[in-house]
Design a protein around this ligand. Sequence first.
Ligand code: PLP
Length: 409
Amino acid sequence: MKTVELLDVEKIRKDFPILKREVNGRPLVYLDNAATSQTPQQVINVIVDYYSNYNANIHRGVHSLSQEATDAYELARQKIQKHFNANKSHEIIFTSGTTHGINLIANGFSNRLKAGDEVIVSALEHHSNIVPWQMLCERSGANLKVIPMTQAGELDMEAYGKLLNTNTKLVFVNHISNALGTINPVAEIINMAHEVGAAVLVDGAQSVPHMNIDVQKLDADFYVCSAHKICGPTGIGMLYAKESWLLELPPYQGGGEMISEVTFEKTTYADLPHKFEAGTPNVCGGIAFGAAIDYMNAIGLEAISSYEQELLDYATQELNSLDGVVIYGPDKNKTSVISFNVENIHPYDVGTLLDKMGIAVRTGHHCAQPIMDFYQIPGTIRASFMFYNTKDEVDTFISGLKKAILMLS
Ligand SMILES: *Cc1c(COP(=O)(O)O)cnc(C)c1O
C-alpha cells in the first residue's frame, strides 16, 4: 500500500494532549471523531490566553480589553469567511453549532411558507436536520418530502428530480452523512433545486473537517457546521447565508446586540451580522474556532483528506477480512467513517468491550434513526477517523474487535 508522506502524524499527535492518556489502563485509541474531534494545544492555548489576558464583552465597551476581544472575534469571523470563500464577512453568523444554525433558518421561514408548499429533506439526515423542518412544516402547513436512499447508502437522485416542482421552497441535505460517511452530490442537488426556485441548506458538520468548502462555488444558500468537529471547542459553530437571505429573514432571537434602537413601541434591528447574534456571544469560542481553522489549514485539508482516505481503505480492508462483518454505506465516495455490524452480536456489546480495551467507538443509531430503519437494524458500530489516527491504531482496533467477537460468540 502506498503511503502519503505529506503528514507527519507522529508530530501532529504531539499537538493533542488527550491522545497521551490511558483509558481503562490502555492507551486511548480515539475513533469517535464523527461525534466530536479532539483539540490541539494550539487551540487550547488560544482559549487560555483569552481568559488569562483579554476576557471582556464585545462591541460595547470603549475600554481596551473590550476592543481587543472585539477585534479578535471579528478577525476570527474574517478567517472563517476566507476559509469558506464567503463573499462578505457578515455572511458568517456565529451560532452555538450546526443544530442552532439549522433552527435559525427553519425559524426564519415560518412565515414564508404556506399550506401546499413543499420542503425536501434527505433520507440520510441527522435528526438535527430533520426535526426542525418537521416543526416548521407543522407551523406552516407545508409538506415534508424525503429523497429516498439506496441499498448502497446513497441518495436516489432520480427520485430527487421527480420530487422537485414549483411548490418546492426548501431543500435540506447533509454534505456528508455522519452515520455512513456518504459524500452527497450537493452541487448537483443545489443546481437542481435552484432550477425550480427552491433554496438549499447544506449541513456541513461532517464535510468541514475533511475537505475544503467553497460556498460560492457550490452556490449554497445556507451552509452550517460546528467547530467541535474540526478541532475547535464545543458551543460554537457558523451559519453561512447569502447576504440577500440574511437581509430578508427575520431575526431568530431578540436581545442585546441584535438591535439598532429599542422603544416600547418599536424596535429596529442591527445591521448584519449582529441582527442574528442576540446576547453576549461565545466570544472565546469564536476566537478558538478561528484558531482551529488556522490549525487545519497549516496542515492542509488536501493532505488531511488523502491521508484519511488511506486510513479508511486500510481499515475497510482489515474489517472485510473478518468473518461476519457487514459494512453499511457506499464503497467509494465516502469519508473516513465506517459503520458496521457483526452478525448475531449487538453493537452495544462490542462497543462496551472495546471501551474496556481503551478503544472509543460509537454504537447506536448515530442520531439517524431513519437510516437504521431502512437497513432494519437497531444501530451500528461506527469507527470514524481523523488525520491524527494511525495505522497502528487501526491494528489495535481490529485486534480488539477480534477479541470482542470471540468473547461474544
Ligand atoms: C454532529 C452533526 C450534527 C449536529 O451537530 P451539533 O454540533 O450537535 O449541533 C448535525 N448534522 C450532522 C451531519 C452531524 O454530524
